[in-house]
Design a protein around this ligand. Structure first.
Ligand code: ADP
Ligand code: ZN
Length: 438
């Protein structure tokens, strides 16, 4: 790999020993910063009889209690901050399904780091100054839109800040401005491809797209295959969350074998989501992040609820920063149906395996009596198929595959093309109607 494939070759290729040294130095400093500037962390440390000076090496991290999403909600809006109000220059917030949203706050130093991280992230996926980034992530409180915006500007690329929605206008601008990089959720990419196909646009001939930066929600390898083919681009998975700046925490390199986590800014652990026990790297579990350089809202051992596996080995691209495998799902998205653990991503990979089906699907779980019902709504890929296919045969095919991977028998509903809801942001695939009935 040639030198100029790195945004910052010195940082991205540090040896593990050098990386660990840097992490320890930064960990000690962020722990003192938290203790001295955030009443939330000071209380937490005092309660556990812990002093910043007790953190002497990276293994001491385990002494620090976890931080959870509810800590942020309970301290809404800015109760956890570790900087003076006067030093805050920006806030963002997560969509937050119920209750108070989670607010991320940033000092101007934090903004500079985030911008750098996003530039490095886009660069790792192959984005360059000469690129035109079509940014369909939502602008506003959501970290997606502005995160890409700042990173692209740092890189010097041309950014089209279209935000979400307005599908027709999106397609027109992608075409007319000769966008080379598409940034949006994978669900929106699928939708764009669908609308383009209806309009007779052939991306390989009519568009200049070469890279897609897709994230903010879990998506399967099957979806990747479809998006790559239908939009004629190379799709990269990008991960991040409001609590850790936003996007720019990790990104796939050209090897597409996991997402490099920028370990000079984040310490990563995997834990058993049930017991909180730290797992050896290589085992699947919940990702826990400690931010090493964020000032306004540092996160010490933040439990993401995202399930993945960490690979520490050096990557063929030459980068030394560990990789996380594609997120399997959120621990709180995991459905327990008739006692069996099911991740929506498992269902997705089955649905995507049937060429007759569109990428939209819905999982509906209910409990009308004593037993859970488990229904999957799938949609046909085009209108003509409705009269061409053998519905029973297709239903049974899907049902058998679902049984193979979950051991559950599901009711399959095939609906006409275009009937299931589309999303410009994060898709909602699960309707759990049991809530309140259990
Ligand atoms: P929320 O979705 O909780 O309102 P955020 O906008 O901060 O808040 O989203 C962060 C969450 O989105 C992550 O914790 C993760 O569950 C999900 N996410 C982000 N990027 C990815 C990705 N590439 N793959 C899977 N899930 C992702
Ligand atoms: Zn790599």
């Amino acid at each position: 790999m040639v030198e100029n494939n790195y945004w910052n070759s010195k940082i991205e290729t540090l040896t593990k020993t050098e990386l660990k040294k840097l992490q320890l130095k930064r960990l000690k400093s962020i722990v003192s910063h938290c203790y001295n500037n955030s009443s939330f962390y000071k209380k937490k440390f005092d309660k556990s009889n812990l002093k910043p000076s007790d953190i002497r090496n990276l293994a001491d991290l385990e002494k620090i209690p976890f931080t959870v999403k509810n800590d942020l909600r309970d301290n809404y809006p800015l109760g956890m901050k570790a900087a003076k109000m006067d030093d805050l220059v920006e806030i963002h917030a997560s969509s937050g399904t119920t209750g108070n949203p989670i607010i991320g706050s940033y000092t101007s130093e934090d903004m500079t780091i985030w911008e750098e991280l996003m530039a490095r992230t886009i660069y790792t996926a192959g984005g360059r100054k000469s690129d035109v980034l079509h940014n369909a992530y939502g602008y506003g409180l959501f970290t997606g839109g502005l995160g890409f915006h700042y990173g692209a500007q740092k890189l010097g690329s041309l950014i089209v800040p279209i935000s979400g929605g307005m599908t027709q206008k999106q397609i027109k601008l992608i075409k007319d401005l000769k966008a080379t990089i598409l940034c949006c959720t994978p669900s929106f990419a699928v939708y764009l491809a669908e609308v383009m196909a209806k309009q007779g646009i052939i991306p390989s001939k009519d568009l200049d797209l070469r890279i897609g930066l897709f994230g903010a929600e879990p998506w399967s390898e099957r979806i990747r295959e479809r998006i790559q083919k239908e939009l004629s681009l190379e799709a990269f998975d990008i991960y991040g969350l409001t609590e850790l700046f936003g996007p720019g925490v990790s990104i796939e390199c050209n090897q597409h074998d996991g997402l490099h986590i920028w370990e000079d800014h984040f310490l990563i652990e995997t834990i058993d989501p049930k017991t909180g026990e730290v797992l050896p790297s290589g085992e699947e579990g919940e990702l826990v992040f400690t931010t090493l350089t964020k000032n306004a809202l540092p996160m010490l051992r933040f439990r993401t609820r995202d399930i993945s596996v960490i690979k520490e080995e050096k990557c063929a691209c030459g980068r030394t920063h560990s990789r996380m495998l594609k997120i399997r799902g959120r621990s709180d998205d995991m459905l327990i149906i008739r006692g069996v653990n099911v991740f929506p991503s498992q269902i997705e990979s089955v649905v995507m395996g049937f060429p007759e089906l569109a990428t939209q699907y819905q999982i509906i779980v209910d409990r009308p009596g004593a037993l859970d019902t488990f229904t999957i709504n799938v949609e046909l890929r085009n209108l003509e198929l409705y009269n061409q296919i053998n519905h029973e045969k297709l239903k049974n095919g899907i049902k058998n595959k679902i049984r193979d991977i979950t051991s559950l028998s599901a009711a399959i509903n095939i609906v006409q093309c275009g009937e299931l809801p589309r999303s410009a942001g994060k898709a909602k695939h699960v309707l759990d109607l049991r809530k309140g009935k259990m």
